[in-house]
Design a protein around this ligand. Structure first.
Ligand code: FUC
Length: 768
């Protein structure tokens, strides 16, 4: 097997633990490949396998007690407000049910087919999306390949023997302890069907074997293959979430793929996968130092890095792995990537493996636009359509407000009520608003006018409308959210009372600021809703502005309360720095300094201890253009917060660290907030030379950047739309067009502006 590439995870032994197995996925169907020789386990997932059905959980007493909760808050009695809110506002019933495993595909090698194993290699090739296992036994070579095809909507498992040995094995699908029914399907297949709880989805998993040479039969609910030179298993799964008859859909998919045959299905898969994956390439550091390390197994590289040794290739691999994981867990028509993407082996996973809306789901999608995977963002927009529908009922019944609201967590059914009783997290009406901003980001990168008109603006507007009704005036005349909280932190009042529930937490004001600003801009572009826009502008004026507190920090709440946990993992009040852009070092230097103080305080008090928290910190440092701090935290992330298969570790496994980390690497190389492109804004010393291609900038262009010894060599801008390109640079720039002619550049205040045409390329260099 060829391992001289930095686009492969590879190992010399089978996976022991689940977090050593290698993930494949097509957005909906996922699998974890263990690579065990005698009894292979391929753990299966389907994105809509969640326990239980949709539920109307609105607390019938919420609107009756809303005024009372607010009064207690304004009287400085948060503990009493919380006591009441738990009864009066939390959903009925309290919890949402989990995302669950679909089961396991097991391959059992026949008795007698054993021997000494040598030259064992297990790998995942990010460029092809194929997991492979190879080894020698009894003088024969064995090879397996596993991939999840988006084109054919099947999981394909291919086993081959080369030499005297033949393949004799049996296969079945299981789902301990909730299997439902298992049965033979014809003479070469098996079906498992069942239901996820009394009112949950029904599912169907279908398996079919196609051997070459040898024979196949069904014994019990096993598919048994004897004496084959190779065998291809096709697996499909569906649920009633999308299909009336999941088993029929599964059978049709498996039949269609088998009819095409292994080679054709594989070719279609790799072509489709490459077309998306290869949009972006990344090389960090000098290739002569980086390439030899790719010859080491991934777990060994990880151990080296944990021991303090540098490995820029491993960072590039981690970056590309994040892109791979998003492709594998989120495609047009699927559900969004949840807390574990789509990979979950449990019936009771941590945090239900749900969609947390107070950082986690948003972080999952930070790499989508900049890392050139815009279509992978679409499942979020579909979820938003459903949140908007459910959330308008919740807004009306709980808060007497128009528009829509979603709280801190949701599920497959787009639940918008308050989830659970954990006060520091749940009473937070901002989840829908924050997620809606992803529509605006998608527009800003792609400039698709009809997407803005038809998809983005209508939802942004409903998200904004909610706050026109929900915000209340505080004693200082500001418009604030209440009850709400700063996820998931608490504060101390001067009277000694500790509270989570808060009046006007800074993150809320910052999210609302971003939302209203987006709405105003969007309505301007679309030329509609001038009156509504004017109302939003008035509201905007009255939001609490980001403010600096007694430690020189950015204040986490509207008032400068003492923080109970200054090292808290959430750093919500820096939303305005990232992913927001209300604060930038160039435009608001004092606030940027305060944000820096906040970060330093968090880190000095033990912050960054969860994977996602560390990933966010890297993004913050990148926005503050502190390249080496960003790099140190990136090293901390990869060496302390990933599993052997490079899955992010909260702990436990949570995928947001992968996506947040990937976005952070991009953020170090290219930024485009505030209408200004910045090339290499946070390039650490360790990345002296390198190149990246295919990143996207807001304003509709793709950017390739090459650098040497820490300095820009050349950036190529591929303009997708006509307009004016604005680059911020402290060093003088010159720009040429594709024909090599100097462009007319308007320069001043460290900004370089030039007109671009759709479909043209522009070459940017430092002036000699
Ligand atoms: C948020 C975080 C936790 C965890 C959970 C899924 O509530 O505070 O750390 O990531 O989401």
């Amino acid at each position: 097997m060829d391992n001289d590439s930095n686009l492969k995870l590879w190992y010399k032994q089978p996976a022991g633990k689940w977090v050593e197995a290698l993930p494949v996925g097509n957005g909906s169907l996922g699998a974890m490949v263990f690579g065990k020789v005698q009894q292979e386990r391929i753990q299966l997932n389907e994105d809509s396998v969640w326990y239980g059905g949709p539920a109307d959980r609105e607390n019938p007493d919420a609107s009756r007690y809303l005024g009372e909760v607010r009064r207690l808050m304004f009287e400085g009695r948060p503990a009493e407000a919380e006591y009441l809110a738990r009864m009066a506002m939390s959903g009925t019933p309290k919890h949402i049910a989990p995302y669950q495993t679909l089961g396991d595909l097991n391959l059992y090698t026949a008795a007698g087919a054993s021997g000494a194993i040598s030259e064992y290699v297990r790998e995942l090739d990010l460029a092809t999306g194929i997991a492979a296992v190879a080894y020698r036994m009894n003088g024969s070579k064995f090879r397996r390949e596993v991939f999840a095809s988006t084109v054919h909507q099947v999981l394909v498992i291919r086993l081959e023997a080369e030499g005297a040995e033949r393949l004799t094995l049996s296969a079945n699908v299981t789902r301990r302890p909730f299997e439902g029914k298992t049965a033979a399907w014809g003479t070469d297949g098996a079906v498992m069907s069942g239901q996820c709880g009394p009112d949950g989805v029904t599912f169907g998993t279908v398996l079919k074997a196609v051997p070459e040479g040898g024979s196949v039969q069904v014994i019990g609910d096993f598919v048994s293959v004897e004496g084959a030179a190779s065998v291809t298993f096709y697996v499909a799964a569906a649920t009633s979430f999308r299909h009336a008859d999941p088993v029929a859909v599964g059978r049709a998919r498996v039949e269609a793929a088998a009819a095409r045959g292994y080679a054709a299905v594989r070719d279609a898969h790799t072509a489709e996968h490459r077309a998306i994956f290869e949009r972006v390439s990344l090389e960090l550091g000098d290739p002569s130092g980086v390439q030899p390390l790719a010859l080491l197994p991934t777990d060994e590289r990880l151990r080296r890095m944990q021991g303090g040794q540098e490995d820029q290739g491993l960072i590039a691999l981690f970056f590309q792995y994040g892109r791979y994981l998003l492709m594998a867990s989120s495609r047009p028509g699927t559900l969004p990537a949840n807390l574990q993407g789509i990979w979950n082996e449990s019936h009771t996973p941590p945090w239900e493996s749900d969609y947390h809306l107070n950082i986690n789901l948003q972080m999952n999608y930070w790499p989508a636009e900049v890392c050139n995977l815009a279509e992978c963002h679409e499942p979020v927009f579909d979820l938003l359509d459903r949140l908007r529908e459910n959330g308008s009922k919740t807004a009306r019944s709980m808060y007497g407000a128009s528009g829509f609201v979603a709280h801190h967590a949701t599920n497959v059914w787009a639940d918008t009520d308050i989830v659970g009783l954990y006060v520091p997290a749940v009473f937070w009406p901002m989840g829908g608003a924050w997620l809606s901003l992803h529509l605006w980001e998608h527009y800003r990168y792609g400039l698709d006018h009809s997407f803005l008109a038809e998809r983005a603006y209508p939802t942004l507007k409903e998200a904004a409308r909610f706050f026109l009704d929900f915000l209340v005036e505080d004693a200082a005349g500001r418009l604030v959210t209440v009850p709400s909280l700063s996820p998931e932190n608490s504060y101390r009042l001067d009277n000694g009372n500790v509270g989570c529930l808060a009046i006007g937490p800074s993150m809320d004001s910052q999210i609302i600021h971003a939302l209203l600003t987006a709405c105003i801009e969007a309505s301007g572009i679309l030329g509609i809703d001038a009156d509504f826009s004017a109302r939003l502008a008035q509201t905007l004026e009255r939001l609490p502005a980001p403010n600096i507190g007694k430690h020189g920090q950015l204040m986490e709440w509207a008032d400068d309360y003492e923080e109970v946990e200054p090292g808290h993992r959430h750093i919500s009040h820096l939303f305005a720095l990232h992913p927001g852009e209300q604060i930038t070092p160039q435009h608001t230097p004092q606030l940027a300094q305060a944000a820096r103080t906040t970060l330093e305080r968090r880190l000095a008090n033990g912050g960054g201890h969860t994977g996602w928290s560390r990933a966010w910190i890297i993004n913050f440092w990148a926005r503050l253009q502190e390249a080496d701090f960003a790099y140190d935290n990136l090293l901390a992330l990869i060496s302390h917060a990933v599993h052997p298969n490079l899955f992010g570790d909260h702990p436990p496994f949570q995928i947001d660290a992968n996506f947040g980390g990937t976005a952070a690497v991009a953020e170090m190389l290219l930024q485009s907030q505030q209408g200004e492109i910045q090339l290499l804004p946070a390039l650490p010393q360790a990345w002296g030379s390198g190149q990246v291609t295919g990143l996207r900038a807001r304003g509709g262009c793709e950017v390739d950047i090459a650098w040497r010894d820490g300095r820009l060599v050349e950036a190529v801008l591929h303009a997708k739309h006509a307009g004016v390109c604005a680059i911020r640079s402290e060093q003088p720039l010159s720009v040429r067009d594709a024909a090599g002619a100097s462009m007319e550049v308007q320069a001043g205040d460290a900004m370089y502006r030039f007109a671009v045409e759709a479909g043209s390329r522009y070459f940017v260099r430092l002036q000699p």
